[in-house]
Design a protein around this ligand. Structure first.
Ligand code: SIN
Length: 275
């Protein structure tokens, strides 16, 4: 297995491994360790079906069942379609996945089944670096602060995201908002490094603060978190894979494929309560 760093902030391309095969303990340990070092791992020229995808995900933990992308027959798998003519896509704001859950996923494995001739890249941002580059004064101010995370912006009747996109989140009358308070700065459970944990899709306020007070601070932190020097960009090919650590990275899907079609299969890995 070869590991090649793709940017200064995060991201490494891994070659010399077939993710569709049953991986030995050494390979899984090497991937886990690379994930902690680089935040997101990229692979090309992979070819595996849904069962192999699940087997791969289970090497990293239990499979996380997404609460509001439930259209497919298999609750453990989300297929993300972008069809020609779509004006909206899934994941087009900077986010950590499913951050409104009490225990957000630790990561995800996204497999490219069909990519457009151009566009449709995914960007990732290192939230350890984003935290570490803040001033001492800002770090002190953020200590003990908790963010209110909700899915009301991306699902349910208040979300406008479903108009214009093929893959839709739940917006039926039975849908209920999920809210969780998480620390604005979380500590990675495996490395002990601190990371910013707020994002545009889910973070709607700060605990014990009015919207007038919290909005400017959140706007700053959320935009700061994806300054170019904290990011890397992945150009997909058919058969490419990205495996990311959702505890310390954010990502965004770029909606620029114009008339192109894009089909991705995603499986998420269960995580723990941010502390
Ligand atoms: C996501 O936000 O998980 C989807 C990312 C992508 O489609 O590139």
């Amino acid at each position: 297995m070869q590991i090649e760093q793709v940017a200064g902030a995060l991201g490494a391309e891994i070659s010399g491994i077939d993710l569709g095969q049953v991986l030995g303990g050494n390979a899984v340990s090497a991937l886990r360790s690379a994930l902690l070092d680089h935040g997101v791992l990229f692979f090309h020229d992979q070819n595996f079906d849904t069962e192999a995808h699940k087997r791969l995900a289970r090497q990293f933990g239990d499979i996380f069942v997404h609460p509001f992308f439930l259209e497919g027959a298999d609750p453990e798998v989300v297929t993300i379609y972008r069809k020609p003519g779509d004006t909206q896509i899934v994941g087009s704001d900077w986010h950590q996945d499913t951050a409104m859950m009490p225990e957000p996923p630790m990561g995800a494995i996204l497999y490219a089944k069909k990519v457009p001739p151009f566009g449709g890249d995914t960007l990732f941002a290192n939230q350890h670096l984003a935290y570490e580059r803040l001033s001492g004064g800002m770090k002190t101010m953020l200590e003990g602060l908790r963010a209110i995370n909700s899915d009301r912006l991306v699902a349910g009747p208040g979300s406008t995201r479903n108009a214009g996109r093929t893959t839709k989140s739940r917006d039926d009358s039975e849908w209920q908002e999920t809210i969780s308070l998480h620390p604005v700065v979380r500590t990675h459970p495996e490395t002990g490094r601190k990371a910013l944990f707020v994002n545009h899709s889910y973070t709607v306020g700060l605990e014990d603060m009015s919207a007038t007070e919290s909005k400017p601070l959140l706007d700053f932190l959320m935009d700061w978190g994806h300054r170019p020097e904290f990011t890397c960009r992945f150009r997909w090919r058919n058969g490419s894979v990205a495996l990311w650590d959702n505890r310390c990275t954010k990502h965004i899907a770029v909606n620029d494929a114009q008339s192109g079609e894009r089909i991705m299969r995603r499986i998420q890995i269960a995580g723990d309560k941010p502390v």
